[in-house]
Design a protein around this ligand. Structure first.
Ligand code: PLP
Length: 412
């Protein structure tokens, strides 16, 4: 008999998106002729841009010739791609050395794997609601107690409520915590942290010897020049913060897979006898042990994306999805939804359900009446109850058709 990792058995109601998938599948089986519109999952839909396609092709072509073929590369990523990322940060006034940048196969893996570097006694703080990976991977790692079905919280996690009152960005915790997950622009609320808000967290982290895990997967959606795109734009963050980011949402790499993390050399954890330990060297150790580098073809595509032409095309892609978001917002406003948040410097719209409906009830109503899939807010944490998330990732005509269906069929 093999005992499983008992922590997995604590994992509440399962991951949010499989549950959505299950309900949509059941609906489609019962209504095979109905077209279902998906405004739920944040999965990109538009084709890769020409510059990226050319980059990917060049990666493939290199493999076709023995003179340019390459096998395993550096686990941490190709130097040319890391240099391009280094330049991207330099434009924000952030100076990084190449060995502080780690190229990966996506931000989901990084944001899930990073917790391994920390003791199972570490106390974690998360925005509530939050991208589910932060909580679930810490449950797997044994940093929590049981899930309370009533409160929808795991024992031992510090939930930082994000609500309309605080503009969907939390106050600093009122207790000492070890790891603080911040996602800005936020999935699911679409809120973006201001410089001042991040300064408060950085100060808190430095005073308490905490580490901030900053997820900037949606940074490209920030239009307002006053809003920080990287935690390292905040003074002092380079000794208390790790940043995780992605090519998925601005270059359409959700299926191609490419991301990166930044672990500055100054960020320290501690051994049990309080000796400082470089998190950069631990992450490097993990990388070289458990990862063999992102695909060389994909890295060639990412490198092309970071050229001037590639970035221009990416901005067009981002604008396309943002325009979709605007159409969703306008459509919902016309129907009388008056609490619509996000969607200005972030892709997602965070919408209060009508008549105080619970998130899953409104999800079911939208699916059954309007045939539109949204994401129940409560799936992101207890403070998400009474909200749903609309995603702008879809073809324009599908977004329009979905909004038309909501207008025609949703009984409010
Ligand atoms: N981080 C956040 C906040 C996300 O919402 C997502 C995907 O939806 C990811 C990371 C995943 O990024 P990737 O596709 O690079 O794994």
């Amino acid at each position: 008999m093999v005992n499983v990792n008992q922590n997995y058995l604590k994992l509440g109601a399962g991951y949010l998106f499989p549950e959505i998938g299950k309900r949509v599948k059941a609906f489609q089986q019962a209504n095979p002729d109905v077209k279902v519109y998906r405004l739920g999952v944040g999965n990109t839909t538009e084709a890769l841009t020409p510059t990226i396609i050319a980059g990917l092709h060049s990666g493939v072509d290199k493999l076709a010739d023995v003179k340019t073929y390459s096998g395993y590369g550096d686990e941490q990523g190709n130097t040319d791609l890391k240099e391009a990322l280094q330049k991207k940060y330099a434009k924000l006034g952030v100076s990084l050395s190449l060995d502080e940048i780690f190229v990966s196969d996506g931000a989901k893996c990084d944001s899930g794997n990073i917790q391994e570097l920390f003791s199972d006694k570490s106390v974690i703080a998360v925005q509530d609601p939050a991208y589910p990976v932060y909580v679930d991977t810490n449950v797997m790692g044994g940093r929590t107690g049981a899930f309370d079905v009533k409160t929808k919280m795991y024992d031992g996690i510090v939930y930082m409520p994000c609500n309309a009152k605080n503009g969907f960005f939390p106050k600093i915790p009122n207790q000492k915590v070890d790891l603080i997950y911040i996602c800005s622009p936020n999935n699911p609320t679409g809120a973006v942290a201001t410089r001042k808000q991040l300064e408060e967290f950085v100060l808190f982290a430095r005073v308490n010897n905490s580490v901030i895990i900053f997820d900037s997967a949606y940074a490209a959606y920030i239009k307002d020049k006053n809003l920080p795109k990287s935690i390292y734009e905040i003074e002092g963050a380079d000794d208390c913060a790790i940043e995780i980011s992605s090519f998925s949402k601005d270059f359409g790499f959700t299926g191609v897979r490419l991301g990166w993390s930044v672990v500055p050399k100054k960020v320290m954890g501690y051994s049990e006898d309080s000796a400082p330990v470089s998190l950069n060297s631990l992450w490097n150790r993990r990388y070289t042990t458990k990862f063999n580098g992102a695909s060389n073809v994909v890295q060639a595509g990412g490198l092309a994306g970071l050229t001037k032409e590639g970035r221009k095309e990416s901005r067009q892609l981002v604008n396309y999805y943002m325009k979709n978001g605007q159409l969703i917002r306008e459509g919902l406003s016309d129907l009388g939804f008056n609490k619509i948040y996000g969607g200005e410097n972030a892709p997602y719209l965070w919408v209060k359900t009508p008549n105080k409906m619970k998130s899953w009830d409104f999800f079911d109503k939208m699916l059954k009446e309007a045939h539109v899939v949204v994401t129940p807010g409560v799936g992101f944490g207890p403070s998400g109850e009474g909200f749903v998330r609309f995603s702008p990732y879809g073809h324009r005509e599908d977004i329009k058709a979905a909004m038309k269906s909501i207008k025609t069929n949703l009984k409010l």
